[in-house]
Design a binder for this molecule. Sequence first.
Ligand SMILES: Cc1cc2nc3c(=O)[nH]c(=O)nc-3n(C[C@H](O)[C@H](O)[C@H](O)COP(=O)(O)OP(=O)(O)OC[C@H]3O[C@@H](n4cnc5c(N)ncnc54)[C@H](O)[C@@H]3O)c2cc1C
Length: 445
Amino acid sequence: MTRQIVVVGGGPAGMGAAGGIKAVDPGCEVTVYTGFDDVAYSPCGIPYVHGREIDTFEKLFLSSKQAYVDAGIDIHYNADVTGVDAGRKVVQVVGEGDVAWDRLVLATGFNYADPGVPGGDLGGLYYVKNIREAIEWDKVLDTVKAAVVLESSPLGVEMVTALANRGIETHLVDPSPWAMSEIADPDIMAPVEDSWRELGVIMHYNTRLKAFRGDGWVRSVETSEGEIKADLVVVCTHKEPNNALGVAAGVKTGSTGGFIVDERMATSAPDVYAAGDCAEIPNGLTGVPLQGLTGSHAYAQGKTAGINAGGGSRAYSTVYVPWGTAAGKWISGGASLGETTASALGIPYLVGTAQGISRARYYPGVKPVTVKLLAEPGSLRLLGAQMVGGEGIKERADFLAVAIKFGLTLHDLAAMENVYSPAIGALNEPIVVAAQNGLDGSRKS
Ligand SMILES: Cc1cc2nc3c(=O)[nH]c(=O)nc-3n(C[C@H](O)[C@H](O)[C@H](O)COP(=O)(O)OP(=O)(O)OC[C@H]3O[C@@H](n4cnc5c(N)ncnc54)[C@H](O)[C@@H]3O)c2cc1C
């Protein structure tokens, strides 16, 4: 009998799930519901179009709607799912009523945390997400002289850079003491902050938002440190799981509010799977559940959920979260724990750092690369990495996440082989030097 599988969500998790289902069971009837006009575009590229590094939003569309029709995936656009009944196995859809399913994948993603201050209903508050809205906001940006970016989340960091590159007077308002403090250490973000200063960015750390002020449209923000005039506010607050549908249906959530899933991405409700930013996954070292990771995590989780919902078998394991972002003129990145997170969790660590270069020192375009490794005292097992530099950060972050996952030690990394070729890599790999420095005279905490 043909199985009917409903996917709620057309982001990377939902589309990964739809593709996964079809890969294992092409005969399956797959219906995707999304609240947006489009699927298969890259929201990740939106800040770069706003910053004029990419010339058109058209380039962010990755696939045509017809391609999904041809693949047998039935996508309902602008279709809001208002309820899930896990007992009767139906979803309620605006304009369609009850729609039956044999299996359901919840891929409802994230919502930006509500700033929770007066003035939240003013115009000029930009929540970056939907590409059609981004196209309209881009026209507004042409008229903006001064803007506030609220909080230096990874998106906030990208939007600060984008607005500054566009010549807009850019203020960052953040209750934290440094940029991206939930992920990155202050020494790693210091060069980024310096380069923002060079771009004219005005940073307001340890500063709480108290209200948006305006007359229908935002004109300023009131903060704990005074008023800042702004024609636009980009709200880049923490990503919270969009869990309302599943919670109302009795699907269990964990400490982050994300749906609890097993390694098959199955939830507590029979035949209901969840993936992406609405789900939580434990960190492989600490077991602490994490939610709101990245688009690549969402896609891989969606694929796993889809394969299992479609009758196949795939496991998604714990995460070590390689991350990286371009900010100002630098790229920062890392994997698993930094010093700030390790300290907050009470995990002892020792540190090895090195300042290296990305190519031979005489080769054009050579850039500095700083690597900091955290290791467990005694075993010297790698616990985390933090980096900042001009290039090659992404590849190192990906590699170091695998190194952490498989329990490599500072001894292993100090003896690691590396590519040396003047145009693409220096004789001394900074990871090797940082590991050696950690062995020689490590700083302990
Ligand atoms: C501006 C921007 C920049 C980003 N940059 C990066 C980056 O550089 N690197 C990276 O890895 N990731 C990036 N991301 C990805 C992002 O941070 C998330 O991790 C990712 O979008 C999560 O995917 P998801 O499929 O779980 O949810 P989402 O992408 O949030 O998709 C949720 C989907 O669910 C639908 N939905 C929700 N509720 C309902 C309902 N009731 N009825 C119908 N449909 C519903 C929505 O319409 C949407 O289609 C970026 C995202 C944005 C918005």
